[in-house]
Every structure is written in structure tokens, then in C-alpha cells.
Design a protein around this ligand. Sequence first.
Ligand code: PLP
Length: 389
Amino acid sequence: MDSQAHALTTRAVHAGKDDLTDAGLHAVPLDLSTTYPSRDVAAEAARLDAFAAGYDDGGPPVYARAANTTVRRFEHALAELEGAEACVAFASGMAALSAVLLARVAAGLGHVVAVRPLYGTTDHLLTSGLLGNGVTFATAAEAASAVTAATGLVVVETPANPTLSEVDIRALAAACAPVPLLVDNTFATPALQRPLDHGAAISVHSATKYLGGHGDVMGGAVACSEEFARALRQVRFVTGGVLDPRAAHQLHRGLATLPVRMRAQSDGAARLARRLAAHPAVRRVHYPGLDAQARPAGQMSGGGAMVSFEVAGDAAALIGAVRLITPAVSLGSVDSLIQHPASISHHIMGPASRAEAGISPDLVRLSVGLEDAEDLWADLSAALDASLK
Ligand SMILES: *Cc1c(COP(=O)(O)O)cnc(C)c1O
């Protein structure tokens, strides 16, 4: 482990907790107030004006839709891990992405250039135009030529859900500048990749996945500049998609073990990817670094814990046959999950968009947990045999 990994592991344990010892506390306090008393009405009015304009100076929140002290700690911790000035937390990953989109639409820059594949609901959000945006899908190489005067955002996932394809963040950010580049960092997490270090303006998370890490809490977060964070807080203040403080408390706890989980789960995923590639029921395996294909240099410090593969037989039979692995959508938990993107995570896109995004009907997506890799392989290989019958 290099010193940077050391530092990240340490920061993950301590971020957002610097004041606890002097406060005589050890665990992060859980603030459940929905309102915050004050005898100074004029001061309250001034604070509300500041919140409505997107400022959060860390003082009394006035009302829980404006801010919450437990949520703030999680935001500070994630901003530190992402190397960002600020972080704004939301009720889910989709609430986070929606807030980014609404902020750009409100600024009169509602055209988005997006690189497929994207998470199914993200693709649907952009394509449907439900929030008043327009979209042009392009390859990473062609994204810059799709930018118009109305473009307010470039959107990419790397590694992408569900094909694990990677995009060179630095090259894409430079080509599309000054349009801000949003990287959905859900799959890599700051334990393996920090998009802002490579020129992205915005790093978005479904915190529901690896940040929580145990499949029992929903949340979303945007790491970005303080200036863009103000635009996001304005949207959050009026739309109310706030992160529940109990969820923030669990997500903050999850950050402490994130680097260790990511390392162990990535190790298991790399092993399974190699095994899968040699199995006769598997036509193709997608895993960062598995084949000789060139990868963006220095972007990601590990392959991550997601593996996807195309099967020669029946994908539904495979998913029906696993016994140790859980047949369920979602990802990033300590237990392994398997699902069929065309039926579940990317179903909403429809077959034509899936084909354009390179998502085969034979594709299966596996989220590798903390189980022993040999136990996982025994389960998976038996299910693969069943998929050929
Ligand atoms: C799950 C997911 C989302 C959506 O997050 P929710 O927390 O489910 O709203 C967005 N992007 C990616 C890459 C995801 O996997």
C-alpha cells in the first residue's frame, strides 16, 4: 500500500469528526431536530435568507430542510475524501442527479451531452426531459462536438453501469471545457478514483451503494465547488430532497470502512473475473484491467468490485440458480448481488436505447461482496452450468 492509500484509509476513519474529542464525544451525535429554537427573530430571518441563497455557514439550521448538523458532518467527510471544496447530500442518488440537472436548467443551460452507458434511471431522466432538459448522447471522443451554446453539463459514468467501460476523465473534461463535467463515481468511490483530481467539476454518488455498504440505507451526494454547491443547496431547499439524519449517520459510519471494503471486494471481483473468462458458459467478461485494452492511466487505483459478463446460455436461469449470491438489483453491499440489467436496472430505457448503449440482453451484472472468493465461485460456476441446460 502506498502512502496515499494510507492517508486515505486514515482520513476515511477520521473525516468529519475532528471536533469530537474536544467536545468530549466519541461517536458522531445524531441530530433529530426538525426545528431549531431562537429568541432572536431578526437573526432567524437573516439566516433564512442566506439558506435560500444556498449559503451554509455551519450555524444553527433554523429548520431541518435548510440544514442538519449530522448531515453536514457526512458532507464534510465526503468532500474531504473526494478532494472537493464542498459536498451536498440528498435523499437518494437520483435526487442528487435531479438537483444538478435542475440547477443547470434554472441557469438557462439545460442541454446535456451524455456518454452512454449510464445507470438506467439516469438515462431515463435525461431522455425523458421530465425536468426540462435536452440531451445529446455521444461517444467520449465525439462529446466535444455535441456541445452547443446551451450545454450546461457533460455527464459520464466511469466505470459505467452496467458494462464497466471506462472513460478518460481528464481528456473528456479538457475537450468539453468550459462546460462542467459530471462523473458518476458510484462504482469506483473515492477509495479508488477522485474525479475532481482529473479535471471533473462534479462527482456524484448513489450513496445507497458502496458508501453505505450494507444495503440498508439510501442516500445521494454531490461533491463539487462551493459555488456550485450553493446552486444545489438552493434547489434542495425548495424541492426538499434532503438526506435523513439517521441515514447520514449510517453513511458516515460506512465511510470509515470504505477503503478496506473496496480493497477486499475488488480483490474478490478480480479473481472472479479471471475465473469467469475461462468458463465455457461465459462469452465475454467486462472488468477494468482484465484484458489488454488500454485504460486511462493513473485514473483508478484498482478494478473495483463490479463484474459483468455475457452468457452463452440463459441469463434468467443463471440468476434463478444462485444460492449464496443474492438475486437482487442494487450493488455495493457486503454481500454479493447478481441481476439482469435488461430486466431490472436498465429495463426502463427500453431495448433500442439499451442496444445503443451496448447493453446486451445476455449481460449479467455481479456486485462482489466480502464473501470468500472460492465460496462465491462454487455458487457461480454451479449456476453457470445450470444456465446451459
Ligand atoms: C443506483 C445508481 C444511481 C441511483 O441512485 P439511487 O440511490 O438508487 O437513487 C445512480 N447512478 C448509479 C451509477 C447507480 O448505480
